[in-house]
Design a protein around this ligand. Structure first.
Ligand SMILES: NC(=O)c1ccc[n+]([C@@H]2O[C@H](COP(=O)([O-])OP(=O)(O)OC[C@H]3O[C@@H](n4cnc5c(N)ncnc54)[C@H](OP(=O)(O)O)[C@@H]3O)[C@@H](O)[C@H]2O)c1
Ligand SMILES: *[C@@H]1O[C@H](CO)[C@@H](O)[C@H](O)[C@H]1NC(C)=O
Length: 339
């Protein structure tokens, strides 16, 4: 710091102290009032920080046994062949659930199922169902429904999701991309949930876990359609959670910042960007109804975003997406030159 700045800070401090002195001498009541207000502000900030700390680092989640682990219950995972969905499948199998894996690519699904079979011995069963949620017709959905019908489903993970190829202004977004995002993020979640929720309600046991995104908790310029589709999941999950709570079913929206995956196109983990394995461990350790942000650094960022002015959060997000788009376009150019 320059000596000039130090001098002017010292001058400001001494004139502040002088005014405090005048105030306490001339207006003792006002001074006491201000002191009380200040103490209250400090105390309520400490209470808020403590409760955020406890929520993020201490509070345990609902035990998976509640949903039928090791008692023959099934977990259904959509988008199960890669990334976060693959990890849910592996970790839920390890926790003692039979797993039904759904995604487009049957071979990739079979490989994950085989990995589970190899690790679990014969402790759990697996099934796979190949379905393209962007284009599935009624007949395919009916087939999926009849595959699910006879299973005792303890957990549904609505994990499948699609984002834009790269951040793009709405007016430049291809109609097909918008359609696929809605078909996968919104329609598939509604339909698959409608297949599974009635059975859970009648058994008075179940967990419906929807995978949300920070793009859904704050409007994200240049990902408008994806952002709105994830906001839909927030509202849907919270409303459904209230309906199903008296029926013994937990509905959670797992709010997620970046995770290493082919969707995020981030390959290296960091404090802010966990691997799918670390991310899914945090989700499964902290199951609770309603909107949750299970990964610790995501939860801290979420807290900062909640107390920061919305306009600043939006300007930050917009600038981030302008930058991501620039880099994505440069990468596309490099790849085009290579080919
Ligand atoms: N990664 C992040 O940074 C991040 C951040 C916030 C939220 N999320 C959310 O997390 C969820 C999982 O994302 P991820 O990063 O794990 O993605 P990912 O690694 O790209 O995996 C996507 C999975 O979904 C399947 N899938 C894709 N399109 C499908 C379709 N049309 N029909 C059926 N299955 C399809 C893929 O398998 P096939 O190709 O075989 O179909 C794959 O198994 C998404 O809902 C995403 O929005 C991710
Ligand atoms: C979503 O589902 C509704 C109702 O079944 C259907 O009319 C609509 O075309 C679907 N939208 C997409 C994008 O698949």
């Amino acid at each position: 710091m320059s000596s000039q700045a130090t001098t002017s800070i010292a001058a400001m401090a001494s004139s502040f102290l002088a005014s405090v002195k005048i105030l306490t001498n001339t207006q003792p009541c006002a001074a006491a009032g201000l002191l009380a207000l200040g103490s209250f502000t400090v105390a309520s900030t400490l209470v808020a920080w403590t409760s955020v700390f406890l929520r993020i680092f201490v509070r345990p989640g609902i035990n998976l046994k509640k949903f039928g682990a090791k008692k023959g219950a099934w977990a259904v995972v959509t988008g199960a062949s890669d990334g976060i969905g693959r990890e849910f499948s592996l970790q839920l199998a390890k926790a003692g659930f039979n797993v039904l894996l759904a995604a487009r690519n049957g071979e990739k699904l079979a490989a994950v199922a085989q990995e589970i079979d190899g690790k679990s011995g014969s402790a759990v069963q697996t099934k796979t169902f190949a379905i393209d949620f962007a284009h599935a017709d009624d007949a395919t959905y009916e087939q999926f429904q009849s595959t699910l019908k006879d299973l005792d489903i303890g957990i549904l993970v609505n994990n499948v999701g699609k984002s834009h190829e790269m951040p793009t202004d709405f007016i430049d977004t291809p109609a097909e991309e918008m359609n696929d995002i809605l078909a996968i993020n919104v329609n598939a979640t509604l339909r698959v949930t409608s297949f599974v929720a009635p059975g859970m309600a009648s058994r008075h046991r179940g967990l419906i876990l929807n995978i949300g995104s920070f793009a859904g908790s704050a409007p994200s310029p240049m990902l408008a359609t994806y952002s709105a589709s994830k906001a839909f999941l927030v509202t849907f999950s919270e409303a459904l959670a209230a309906e199903l709570k008296p029926k013994g079913v937990v509905v959670e929206l797992a709010n997620t910042y970046f995770v290493v995956s082919s969707m995020s196109k981030i390959r290296r983990a960091s404090a802010m960007v966990p691997t799918p394995a670390a991310y899914v461990r945090s989700v499964l350790r902290k199951i609770a109804p309603g909107t949750q942000t299970p990964f610790w650094s995501h939860a801290l960022l979420d807290y900062v975003m909640q107390i920061a002015p919305a306009s600043i959060v939006q300007a930050y997000t917009h600038a981030l997406h302008v930058d991501i788009r620039k880099r994505a376009l440069r990468k596309k150019e490099r790849e085009a030159k290579k080919n």
